[in-house]
Ligand binder design. Structure first.
Ligand code: SAM
Length: 306
């Protein structure tokens, strides 16, 4: 698993689980255990020069602490107690950017093993309803353990094919936010040989086509939920077939939705013309390769006014 190998050139990111503790308490705990806190990073450079027990606060995400790539927290008390989650910075972007309100109804469509679900629950302060689906029963059972350890209680797990979930069911009539992180080629994971290049190398093109067709079906399906206002789509793929091309095709088929311009200060953008979206990579953002887009429903009320 990539969680155990932070990857060459990628620092170790630790997300503080605010359902169990606070950033300040984790920093204090670590300082008392001999770690050396260097303050909040002000530029990406600050994340490159961490060694030994040095750590900093991330410059974009307040709940992220950053350590040297060699640091391993899998046996650490804070990890075992669910106070920290070992999650790459790029994979923290979807829940952070979706930013569902506390008390809201939210779907995590392809949820296992649940790091993003636990992040959503933390943002929702465990209030509201978090419907999480996954096809894979084994991954879902791992997920139950992870959510239990993280203190998540606002979720309902279902071993279901998201494509078969009925958007018109009364159960989901208040769902305004969806996180869609479907199966992808995983080509952004830096432990894979192809990471970095946006051209499929040795990737079976039929497999890529099947994946992007599945991703588009999931995206189109998600947009059928009648109360949906905002959806985040993410992959850990570097291929535009699974990223910009899926989002462009979806927007063409769903003219009632548009892209949200994300984090203007983020250094790496979606391939033209989708500069509203974010990309992430080892070289430009010191993370695994990743893609994030947010679609929002165009409000009919404001149309024609602005
Ligand atoms: N969001 C997860 C996280 O952050 O921990 C990672 C999700 S992983 C990229 C994709 C997941 O989609 C896999 O666990 C896979 O079993 C699940 N999946 C694939 N097809 C699905 C479907 N039709 N319905 C629901 N889940 C599906």
């Amino acid at each position: 698993s990539v969680q155990h190998t932070s990857g060459v050139g990628v620092p170790r990111y630790v997300r503080v689980n605010t359902l169990k503790t606070t950033v300040e308490d984790v920093i204090d705990y670590l300082k008392r255990a001999g770690y050396s806190y260097q303050g909040t990073a002000t530029c990406l450079e600050d994340l490159c020069h961490l060694s030994g027990k040095m750590f900093v606060g991330d410059l974009h995400l307040r709940e992220l602490l950053v350590f040297s790539a060699k640091m391993d927290f899998h046996d650490h008390y804070l990890y075992k107690a669910g106070h920290i989650i070992l999650q790459d910075k790029a994979s923290c972007l979807p829940a952070y950017l979706l930013d569902p309100p506390s008390g809201g109804h939210v779907i995590d469509a392809c949820a296992a093993p649940g790091n993003k679900t636990s992040h959503l629950a933390a943002i929702m302060k465990n209030k509201g309803k978090l419907f999480a689906f996954d096809l894979d029963a084994k991954r879902l059972s791992t997920m139950s353990i992870l959510l239990l350890r993280a203190g998540v209680t606002c979720h309902q797990l279902a071993n279901e094919d998201f494509l078969k979930v009925d958007p018109l069911s009364p159960k989901y009539k208040e769902v305004k936010h969806i996180l869609l992180d479907p199966s992808c080629s995983g080509s952004g994971m830096v432990c894979l040989a192809t990471a970095g290049s946006q051209e499929p190398q040795g990737q079976d093109s039929e497999r890529l086509q099947a994946l992007s067709a599945f991703q588009l079906r999931c995206l189109n399906h998600a947009l059928q939920f009648p109360a949906l206002e905002r959806l985040v789509y993410s992959t850990c793929s570097v291929f535009s077939q699974e990223n910009e091309e899926v989002v462009s095709a979806c927007l063409q088929q769903n003219p009632g939705f548009r892209l949200v311009h994300l984090l203007p200060q983020w250094p790496e953008r979606g391939n033209a013309p989708l500069a509203q979206c974010l990309r992430a990579s080892t070289t430009k953002t010191l993370t695994h390769g990743f893609f994030v887009a947010i679609l929002e429903r165009q409000s009919t009320a404001s149309e024609g006014i602005h």
